[in-house]
Design a protein around this ligand. Structure first.
Ligand SMILES: Nc1ncnc2c1ncn2[C@@H]1O[C@H](COP(=O)(O)OP(=O)(O)OP(=O)(O)O)[C@@H](O)[C@H]1O
Length: 277
């Protein structure tokens, strides 16, 4: 290594400043499970610093689309896809791009809170660093744990018991711990797949509040079946539909307020007003 060879030393995650939300641009994304096509030419721009809600009836491909956005779809046996996903202009599926880079830049929070139950709250937060090969000193970790738990709205509740297991927290707290864990690698995008569906109304509102607080520094894409939630948290919505055995596609997308008050397509109007789905 020469003194000019900066590429040989990967910058640490901790060197990346917080507040670097990215733009995701899905272009003509199609998806298959075996020979069954489940998504048809889905294109959607998810702008930096905004919350995009993916709405639509069960089975229309929202979760599949979300998994394509951080390269989790390809892990499912028999699953294939076509199209492009650009993160700040660079295709996350480009052959030279490493899978771990996509995962680091694009975090995911799942429907069911999935902290490592026996691991301490502190270790849960820093777990992602190890998985993405990043070393951090103890003071750096201490700082990161406080920062991420604060951003996830959990610090005040757990600051005195950081060494207790993550599994001992309530469901809502566990979900906020998972959000903190995702934030620890400083992602540019956070994908959330029905993050509140297993939570009570109070925990749900707390997560929604967290989403709004976070969006200034991380772009959020959230799947939700809850139309009130979509209206409360999102800046724009995309309505997915898979009609009569056809693959899922976006019927309409746009600013959330317009999608709910003046939808262009009758099917959108029927769905957001609870007439089907
Ligand atoms: N692992 C899989 N293997 C085969 N088919 C799958 C798999 N996962 C999903 N599918 C199918 O792909 C289609 C889209 O499913 P997906 O879970 O993306 O829809 P969704 O809109 O997220 O549904 P829900 O709102 O119920 O979560 C469905 O027909 C589903 O049965």
């Amino acid at each position: 290594m020469t003194s000019l060879d900066t590429t040989a030393v990967p910058p640490t995650v901790l060197a990346r400043p917080a507040g670097t939300a990215g733009t995701l641009d899905a272009r003509a994304v199609s998806a298959w499970f075996g020979d069954r096509k489940v998504l048809e030419q889905v294109s959607l721009l998810m702008p930096a610093g905004q919350v995009t809600a993916l709405i639509g009836p069960s089975g229309c491909g929202k979760s599949t689309f979300l998994r394509i956005l951080n390269r989790m779809h390809e892990l499912i046996p028999g699953a294939t896809l076509a199209g492009e996903v650009l993160l700040d202009g660079a295709d996350i599926y480009a052959p030279e791009r490493r899978l771990t880079a996509a995962r680091r830049d694009i975090g995911m929070v799942f429907q069911k809170p999935n902290p490592f139950p026996a691991m301490s709250i502190y270790d849960n937060v820093v777990a992602g660093l190890k998985l993405t090969g990043v070393r951090a000193s103890r003071p750096e970790k201490d700082q990161l744990v406080e920062e991420c738990l604060t951003k996830a709205g959990l610090w005040r509740e757990v600051q005195d018991r950081l060494r207790q297991p993550g599994g001992a927290l309530s469901g809502g707290q566990q979900q906020r711990l998972c959000i903190a864990r995702s934030l620890a690698v400083r992602p540019k995008i956070l994908l959330m797949d029905e993050p509140c569906s297993a939570l009570d109304p109070t925990s749900t509102r707390r997560i929604e509040q967290t989403v709004r607080e976070l969006v200034h520094e991380v772009t959020i894409v959230i799947v939700t079946h809850n139309m009130q939630q979509a209206q409360r948290v999102s800046d724009q919505c995309a309505f997915f539909l898979a009609e009569q055995g056809t693959p899922g596609a976006i019927v309409e997308h746009g600013p959330t307020e317009a999608m709910f008050s003046t939808p262009v397509d009758q099917r959108t109007s029927d769905y957001v007003n609870g007439r089907f789905g």
